[in-house]
Design a protein around this ligand. Structure first.
Ligand code: F6R
Length: 245
């Protein structure tokens, strides 16, 4: 596990972007696992600047979502399909047909989850998975208590996760879906490389638990320590509790 701590969110994004760029140069047709949420947005912005400067091309990259809300109408701007089309597809130049997202509008969530697993096998797995960390230590939408070998499945979101995501729904927690489809922890750990990005003081507790605490289902992010190729990039605020003790 390599851990980088940088002063600012921008520096975090640059370190993480360099990691992604190196890998895409080596594997232009790579499968990139993409997280939504706010943590990776500066990274996607940094990647888009580097793509615009001609330093890297995402034309042959396939992006795969970690998760998707269940029950939002397809045209809703906060479906992860739409978020990823905007933040990853349009910015980096990845066609919508090259962005794989579980079907959150389905009437059969189990089948949609199984379909994502099939797509992952068909693609040959994820080469690099970008991950954020929830304030409660979740990765994807694997809430505390999720089995470390869990696979892609429908899940119920915790109150804490819905409250944290209310900011994307005009601050109204009642508008945040209560269910989602997420890649399981076992699915995430099957990626060839993991790149974890966490910034801000609100993440300090979860980051310390993930890196210093026991590897446990109670802190899903701690599971990344079971993976042989993990890069963690933090700002000083998110790393603050690592220095204690
Ligand atoms: C997003 C995801 C979540 C987020 C986490 C952190 O696809 O799976 O695990 O990475 O909730 O969210 P932010 O970055 O918004 O703090």
């Amino acid at each position: 596990m390599r851990t980088f701590v940088r002063k600012t969110v921008e520096e975090v994004a640059e370190v993480a972007a360099e990691h992604v760029v190196q890998l895409i140069r080596a594997h232009p047709e790579m499968v990139l696992g993409v997280a939504t949420g706010s943590s990776p947005l500066p990274l996607y912005a940094a990647l888009s600047r580097r793509a615009a400067a001609g330093e890297v091309s995402f034309a042959d990259v396939t992006a795969v979502a970690l998760d998707e809300y269940l029950g939002l109408p397809p045209e809703h701007p906060e479906t992860y399909r739409n978020v990823l089309r905007r933040e990853v597809g349009e910015r980096l130049g990845i066609q919508p047909s090259q962005i794989v997202v579980p079907d959150g509008a389905t009437s059969d969530p189990d089948a949609a989850a199984a379909e994502l697993e099939r797509s992952l096998s068909h693609l040959g797995g994820v080469d690099l998975q970008i991950l954020g960390v929830g304030t409660n230590g979740h990765i994807g939408f694997n809430e505390p208590g999720s089995a470390l070998d869990s696979r892609t499945r429908p899940v119920v979101l915790s109150g804490r996760t819905r409250a944290a995501n209310a900011r994307f729904f005009g601050g109204d927690v009642t508008l945040v879906p209560s269910r989602a489809i997420t890649q399981g922890i076992g699915t995430i750990l099957a990626a060839r490389r993991l790149l974890v990005v966490a910034t801000g003081a609100a993440k300090a507790g979860a980051v310390a638990a993930a890196i210093r605490g026991p590897i446990t289902a109670e802190c899903p992010a701690s599971s990344v320590r079971l993976h042989p190729d993990v890069t963690i990039v933090l700002d000083e605020a998110a790393a603050a509790l690592l220095r204690v003790g």
